[in-house]
Design a protein around this ligand. Structure first.
Ligand SMILES: NC(=O)c1ccc[n+]([C@@H]2O[C@H](COP(=O)([O-])OP(=O)(O)OC[C@H]3O[C@@H](n4cnc5c(N)ncnc54)[C@H](O)[C@@H]3O)[C@@H](O)[C@H]2O)c1
Length: 246
């Protein structure tokens, strides 16, 4: 039987690359997103995959919707082996432009939803012979960043990733995160790609496919020794600091 992999944010730029990657390796996909039209289009592209795809639109800011999603997945698909928390919300605003509702929504999508989804599928992930949780953090979690709500939420998600190890102690399930640098997706308007490339030792910004490949590796048997880590995928952008120009 193929592994069951639940992917949130499946209709987004990175989410679609992750769906494609896991469909290619034969997983049964549960695709979750707020955007039901884009989700249906994504499913149409991958429905013929070996493991099939189940489309489940949901607003992950609603704790009741997450409980309903858990019930529906168990009823219609089965126990989840891999939980990939890719959905994210970014408000383009400095502190003065971020009201309390926006702050709350950012934390709801980026941290509270992964927390509640992990609770909803905890029993599955504790008993599967090889489980994986991969959360999508960001390089903004580890550096000062001009969008404070987003950066704080991603730092909290990396922290949650480490702390969840206690819930999966002694099981075959690992919990890790990825921290992408800027990628060209609907979330980010990359008008100044040349400036980003100039600050990136790899000489290019990363792609959703680069990040999806790392997520697939973290979900593989070969990554069984990696646990509680946030893997940075940014072409080296945050690894360097120099007053000198290259
Ligand atoms: N694009 C980048 O440069 C970049 C960099 C670092 C990290 N990330 C992270 O990568 C992940 C994917 O983002 P992306 O770049 O593909 O952006 P995207 O906007 O294309 O995708 C985000 C997806 O999350 C979904 N979503 C948002 N709120 C939701 C909710 N309440 N319920 C259900 N789904 C919801 C959206 O509908 C969308 O499909 C996010 O966690 C983001 O923070 C992106």
């Amino acid at each position: 039987m193929s592994p069951i992999t639940l992917i949130t944010g499946a209709a987004g730029g990175l989410g679609q690359a992750v769906v494609a990657r896991f469909a290619d390796i034969g997983h049964t996909i549960v695709a979750v997103d707020l955007n039901s039209d884009a989700l249906a289009a994504c499913a149409d592209r991958h429905r013929a995959g070996p493991g099939g795809i189940h489309v489940m639109p949901a607003d992950l800011t609603d704790p009741g919707a997450i409980v309903d999603l858990g019930d529906r997945v168990h009823r219609e698909v089965g126990a989840v082996d891999n939980l990939l928390n890719i959905a994210g919300y970014l408000h383009r605003g400095a502190m003065a432009d971020t009201d309390v509702d926006t702050w709350g929504r950012t934390l709801d999508v980026n941290v509270t939803a992964p927390f509640l989804l992990t609770k909803a599928f905890r029993d599955d992930l504790r008993t599967t012979p090889r489980g994986r949780i991969v959360n999508c953090s960001s390089i903004s979690a580890t550096v000062g960043y001009p969008l404070p709500a987003y950066a704080a939420s991603k730092a909290a998600l990396s922290s949650l990733t480490r702390s969840l190890l206690f819930d999966f102690w002694g099981t075959n399930t690992t919990v890790n995160a990825v921290a992408p640098g800027a990628m060209r997706t609907p979330m980010v308007d990359i008008a100044n790609e040349d400036k980003m490339v100039a600050k990136t030792p790899a000489g290019r910004i990363v792609t959703p496919e680069d990040v999806a490949a790392t997520i697939a590796f973290l979900a593989s048997d070969d990554a069984r020794g990696i646990n509680g880590t946030t893997v940075t995928i940014d072409g080296g952008a945050t690894a360097i600091f120099s007053y000198a120009q290259p």
